[in-house]
Design a protein. Structure first.
Length: 280
């Protein structure tokens, strides 16, 4: 039985349906990639799962089922109990994960206190342990303000915050976009190590095909708010069935003998862009 099932999920603004009947499932311990270009609806889908859709957007159809519970029908209190403890999020802007004028340790402590009945000493030790797991100097980071850390350190602190309570599902929304390639590789290795240690599932939002090839067990491809293809990552890479998926792979420049120009986008993509109906 899947840990998470997305069934015919639709998300709309007043003018447009942005995500249209998206369906996929994620099992325990699985690294699942949601792949697509910017504006395809990946992040909105992740936000709906976590109950974090921005104002002006609503779920207009479908279900989000997490461990048998229908999340869209759950109240705010029920969502708060799940979010942070069983479902955790890492976003692409690591600076947005922390309030700039509060020490990092205190911020994470407040989150842990909300979800547990642990003593202050037990909470502190759990947070320090989480920092050690992502190769951070635990005591210094605990007492630091966000601006005192580098981008890579702050993103690892965000991973520690997400993993401190050992969530069952981690939503990683382009967590390395703002990082240099070396730091990004280190952050992804930390995520892979945490997954191996805790057996958490990862929903990995990305447009980077190289990362999908390296890390993802299963992949779903989004175009203009719709899932156009999904399956085992190895099968998707070896024999993509949909024209859009083939275009994505053709857009990767080879190291030798690069083509004179990239393959053009499918006509429906151009029309959607011109009509302004693309998702976030």
């Amino acid at each position: 039985m899947p840990m998470l099932s997305i069934e015919d999920l639709s998300i709309s603004s007043r003018q447009h349906t942005i995500v249209k009947n998206a369906s996929f499932s994620i099992h325990e311990g699985e690294w699942f990639a949601l792949l697509g270009e910017s504006g395809s609806g990946k992040s909105l889908t992740a936000s709906a799962i976590a109950g974090l859709l921005p104002d002006g957007l609503t779920v207009t159809g479908g279900d989000v089922i997490f461990e048998g519970q229908q999340m869209l029908q759950a109240g705010r209190k029920a969502l708060r109990r799940v979010r942070g403890k069983d479902i955790a999020c890492i976003f692409q802007d690591c600076h947005g994960a922390f309030t700039p004028f509060i020490r990092i340790g205190k911020q994470i402590d407040e989150m842990v206190k909300t979800h547990t009945g642990w003593s202050k000493n037990k909470r502190r030790e759990a947070i320090l342990h989480a920092f050690r797991e992502v190769s951070l100097p635990e005591n210094r980071v605990y007492e630091s303000y966000p601006f005192q850390l580098s981008g890579g350190q702050l993103q690892r602190a965000a991973i520690a915050q997400a993993m401190v309570l050992r969530p069952k599902l981690l939503i990683a929304d382009e967590p390395t976009t703002a990082l240099d390639s070396i730091t990004a590789a280190d952050v992804l290795q930390q995520l892979a190590a945490m997954r191996a240690k805790t057996n958490c599932a990862i929903l990995f939002i990305t447009h980077d095909l190289r990362l999908v090839k390296r890390y993802a067990d299963q992949t779903a491809v989004m175009q203009n708010g719709e899932i156009v293809e999904s399956g085992l990552t190895a099968d998707l890479i070896r024999q993509p069935a949909h024209e859009y998926t083939r275009c994505l792979f053709a857009a990767i420049p080879p190291l030798k003998n690069p083509p004179p120009r990239l393959t053009a986008a499918p006509p429906e993509t151009k029309e959607a862009v011109l009509a302004g109906t693309g998702g976030a």
